[in-house]
Design a protein around this ligand. Sequence first.
Ligand code: ADP
Ligand code: MG
Length: 478
Amino acid sequence: MDKDFIGVWDRCLHIIKDNISHQKFKTWFEPIKPIKIEDHVLTIQVPSQFFYEWLEEHYINLLKKTIRQELGADGRLEYSIVMDSAFAGEDPLTINLPTSNKRSVKNDPVSMPLDLNKGNSKEIPNPFIIPGLKKLKIHSQLNDSYSFENFVEGDCNRLARSAGYAVANNPGKTAFNPLFIYSNTGLGKTHLAHAIGLQVKENFPDKTVLYLAAEQFIQQFVESVRNNTQNDFVHFYQMIDVLIIDDIQFLASKEKTQNVFFHIFNHLHQNGKQLVITSDKAPVELKGMETRLLSRFKWGLAADLQVPDIETRIAILEKKLYNDGITMPKDVVEYLAYCITTNIRELEGALISIMAQSSLNKKEITLDLAKQMIDKFVKNTSREISIDYIQKVVCDYFSLPIDQMNSKTRKREIVQARQLAMYFSKKHTKASLATIGLHCGNKDHATVLHACRTVNNLIETDKQFRIYVEELEKKIKI
Ligand code: ADP
Ligand code: MG
């Protein structure tokens, strides 16, 4: 037996490293352990069946070439798969597999401490304090668990993350002001926004940091108008060192709020204060926003968060499990990461869901359980249906321009389209009546309720209308 299997594998790793990205190397090659070399056959130990299959599917050529280079033309590779075992300390069970000959391996039971009572409801104190106090003390509204440490880096978020990090270490002093972070839902905007705030607080305890959702900003502004305290409102925001506003798209079509935000923005920017803004769209695609405000958004850096690749998805799940002190068979983690591709929130949801399933039904977490759950889960939520999406489907269906839907017009066909959008939004999203109203032409919750009733009545009484609804229903669900 050749004793230098470690050296041989090390040299293989060297070659492999030069041929793939760091992230991929970390996910798929660092966990591999060389075991032995016998008769030109190198045996490597991999953590799971899925892992083995993934290597075979994606890296077989690279592995082949590398092995041949090190062991000669008759060099071969054999896998040894670790069976998941809850009994740490025992030697891992292994099974040898020649390349390209897949066999299934059964998992052993795995124990799992669970805490399902961890709600994330959190009281958000009103950040208003009486202005004029010498030392401004406000509640930053930051969530400790959304830290940089918990934010897994990947190709999908590298630019935004490092810009965020730079800003947090030097608020107001980098070229990234404002830092504008945008992405689809569930890809980490809110997490990153909090991470920046937390890091600033750690680096500069004396700086005043405030995180808030744009909706809160709107509410507070409306209240200040009602109470005639607009000066206090503006004054309050002008005293902040790092202002982080999440989901700025909610300011769309709110001219007065945009106006006041514009002045706050200018004041802060001129005084070297940092602004961090998140949005579900790039600045150029934001509708209903004043041009002068949009041009400000482009002053700094606009960085997007993209859908994470499988390596990053696995790393995110592993981080979450580690933080919660939970163990789960590797196969299951990999399977979840493999199936749920476009939304990290859904990925985490699947994790929680499978833990709940297992704990409620006292079932072990196995690949089979994961598969059953994913079947249900992915079918129902593979794509989060948003109000915007519904509006688009409705407008396309009736060939109406989408900005008409959100205008004040009372034309019959527009009103009807708007009512349908409200009805479907109520049916297919978790948004409140007030939020739906806000998005559909800036109406109040009573209007949405009325729209839902009207649509229901028409479905009962008007045959043509019922056909519209049925066809739209199909389109929305595709
Ligand atoms: P968004 O604001 O873009 O809709 P969130 O910031 O709310 O998305 O992220 C959704 C979930 O995914 C959160 O629980 C967050 O912690 C998690 N998440 C997103 N990106 C990452 C990442 N890079 N590393 C770890 N967790 C992440
Ligand atoms: Mg968010």
